[in-house]
Design a protein around this ligand. Structure first.
Ligand code: ZN
Ligand code: ZN
Length: 313
């Protein structure tokens, strides 16, 4: 079975043969892969030439964003059947900590989790994959065309979910009952800045706009670029960050009042830290970008701590 990924000690990406996987446990599902998304995380792994491969293996299959169709199910599988459109989650539990034991490996305490296509275990850039039913998410039958975006969307969704969860404490922030954080229209009087028009930033923008948030999006691509045009079609306003300081970008957002949400999706560490200094009172900062290590900057630590303590209670 053809697969694509990385090989131990050889920089770059390669195609190689693997045995076709088979159902070996009653709770497993065999999935025919239809589409796999590759993004900056995959590119980073290949360009660094540092495959993260489990001990005893010589290669690892890449790709952690996927959509597929169920080919066969084990005897204990109850919620899935052949021909269902599905996607698979990425992280697998450490088997030790309480969050993982409660099926919340996103919150793993030990760091001993594995991730398909990212950390130790095979991803989905191949013909067939097998997984336990608990890690497989059924998609609406007519969503094959966009199901590959479910994994990155789940990251943006989690950020927005936490915004709603945390800000719901501040019930007196707005007197309009239709802006309650338990309603889909929670963003009606709120302003957000999304930094980065890569996939996560675009998906985050879509969610904020669906909630009615007055959304600004900043990146260093021209306004006529396809990505900037896409967020503008969602009703967001685009800021060309090539000629603006973080302060100037934030000032543009302030024309609408408070800057309630900063959604960082650029992966640029210095920008991400600098923006903390521009948070409004009682605002929320969602960080989704994971920058490379070894980025240094000079900063006023006193100002940073003052901001964090005084503005983000
Ligand atoms: Zn764990
Ligand atoms: Zn309101």
């Amino acid at each position: 079975m053809l697969a694509a990924g990385m090989i131990c000690g050889k920089p770059g990406s390669y195609a190689f043969d693997l045995p076709r996987p088979e159902i070996q446990q009653a709770d497993q599902v065999l999935v025919r892969v239809k589409e796999v998304g590759l993004d900056g995380t995959d590119f980073g792994m290949v360009s660094r030439g540092q495959p993260d491969i489990a001990e005893g293996r010589n290669e690892v299959v890449m790709g952690y964003e996927m959509v597929g169709v169920v080919e066969a199910v084990g005897a204990w599988v109850t919620k899935l059947a052949a021909s269902d459109t599905v996607t698979m989650t990425v992280r697998r539990w450490c088997g030790i900590c309480h969050p993982c034991l409660h099926n919340q490996s996103d919150m793993c305490m030990t760091g001993l989790f594995t991730e398909r296509g990212i950390h130790k275990i095979d991803g989905f850039l191949t013909r067939f994959v097998v997984g336990q039913e608990q890690y497989i998410v059924k998609e609406p039958a007519n969503q094959v065309w966009c199901g590959v975006l479910t994994e990155p969307l789940s990251i943006a969704e989690k950020g927005v979910e936490q915004i709603r969860f945390i800000q719901a404490r501040i019930v007196w922030a707005c007197s309009n009952p239709s802006h309650s954080f338990d309603l889909q229209t929670w963003g009606g009087c709120r302003t957000g800045l999304v930094v980065g028009v890569r996939p996560l930033g675009i998906l985050g923008t879509a969610l904020l706009r669906l909630a009615g948030v007055d959304t600004y999006v900043a990146d260093i691509v021209p306004e006529y670029s396809a990505k900037a045009q896409l967020v503008k079609q969602m009703g967001a306003r685009y800021i060309d960050g090539r000629t603006k300081t973080p302060q100037e970008m934030v000032d543009m957002c302030y024309t609408a009042g408070n800057l309630d949400i900063i959604f960082e999706a650029s992966g640029a560490a210095t920008t991400a830290v600098e923006l903390i200094n521009h948070m409004s009172r009682s605002s929320i900062y969602v960080m989704t970008g994971i920058p490379r290590e070894g980025v240094t900057m000079q900063m006023d630590a006193g100002q940073l701590v003052r901001r964090l303590c005084a503005s983000t209670r």
